[in-house]
Design a binder for this molecule. Sequence first.
Ligand SMILES: Nc1ncnc2c1ncn2[C@@H]1O[C@H](COP(=O)(O)OP(=O)(O)OP(=O)(O)O)[C@@H](O)[C@H]1O
Ligand SMILES: [Mg+2]
Length: 424
Amino acid sequence: MTSFTGAQSRGTFLVVDDEPDILDAIARLFRKEYTVLTAQSVEEALKLIAAHDVQVVMTDQRMPKMSGIEFLAELREDHPEIVRVLFTGYSNISDVIDAINEGHVYRYISKPWKPVELRLFVAQAFEYYRAQRERRELMAQLREANEQLEEQNALLSAANEELKLLDRVKNVFMEVVSHELNTPIAIVFGYTFLLRKELGEDLSSVASKALSGIDSSAVRLKNISNRIFKMLGDDGSGEALDLEWVDVRKFVDSLQDQLDPFLQKRNQRLETVVAPEAQSILADEDKLNDMCLNLLMNAIKFSYDDQVITLDIGLSDDPEVLALTVRDSGVGISDDDIAQIFDVFFSTFNTGHHSSGQFEFNKRGIGLGLAVAKRFAEMHGGYIKVDSEEGRGSLFTVYLPVRPEQQTLRSSVQTRQLAQHAPH
Ligand SMILES: Nc1ncnc2c1ncn2[C@@H]1O[C@H](COP(=O)(O)OP(=O)(O)OP(=O)(O)O)[C@@H](O)[C@H]1O
Ligand SMILES: [Mg+2]
């Protein structure tokens, strides 16, 4: 058993022959290029294979206990990766052909060989080994990628199932909101109306106060149920838009009218600026109104008494896109919260500031306002950007195409969501 190591070994090559002269000749021929191991018997060869990382085995067919083909067939079972080469005289050629056809042997070389030819054969055998190894590695990578894909697929379908379930829950919830909640609310209104009529002038101050309390609570309940319904009822597909040309100036005046009572109570002022170029926009006026009211009510709630809120409407850098900006100098939004403020039901609820109205300082609601505003902006093919500093105030800018096209709405809803929460 001998081993020769070349200075720059390109692999390990095992030669098996019972004639030491032949082993010696082959070792000399290859030792500069490969690590050459030699064995005079199958037993020796197997020991060497067990101890080394052998890539190519070349064996003589005529061996004392076992033929070269038998040895290579066995080797194939235990080490299929090793490239098997046979060298033999012409006499056993039919056995060799069978061996090659059965896949036990990669090549055969006839004795006596020409050194140039043998070098070429051996180089090819090593090349074949490398190609096979690469193939195996690629296959392993592919299998791994496949397994990962299957895992992700399983996760996706689980998530899908969960979504379907949530969707069913949502539908049930919608029914509860629209029927189970709205019906009793309507009944409460009916009874307070009746009672007022019945008692007429006899209404004591306590009864009057109680009736007003019942009424205003019912209004609040109705508002909440309406907003939940709005949020869950529209699937954002753009189908529910009722587009018409909206006169921006008139629209702003109407906002001012709606907000005046709240502004007065807080002694705040709403300053509005409408750029001359921003005269009209094609939009669903009700949704536009809701969106602006939500932003402005937030500005009122999260500003201090006596402060000024501004509403600025003009064209953005793109003349086809309107920019509607609501600015306040109120409490601002913390970095932790800003990523979540557009989420449904996200409200930085603070029991210390909880009060019954809608506009008192720092009054948190149920966290639907911005989710509704975002949804409506997206339905118009637009998006909302927020910029805020805690303690300094907030700036919400809604970008809306002047002429939203139904076809483009769907894609813009998806592509714009990423930009949505990012402050400057
Ligand atoms: N202008 C603002 N200044 C400071 N914080 C704001 C402002 N607008 C929104 N926020 C923060 O974002 C949260 C979510 O706002 P959103 O309008 O969705 O809900 P809400 O006002 O709490 O309740 P709702 O609008 O449903 O009555 C608020 O609770 C508040 O913490
Ligand atoms: Mg709000």
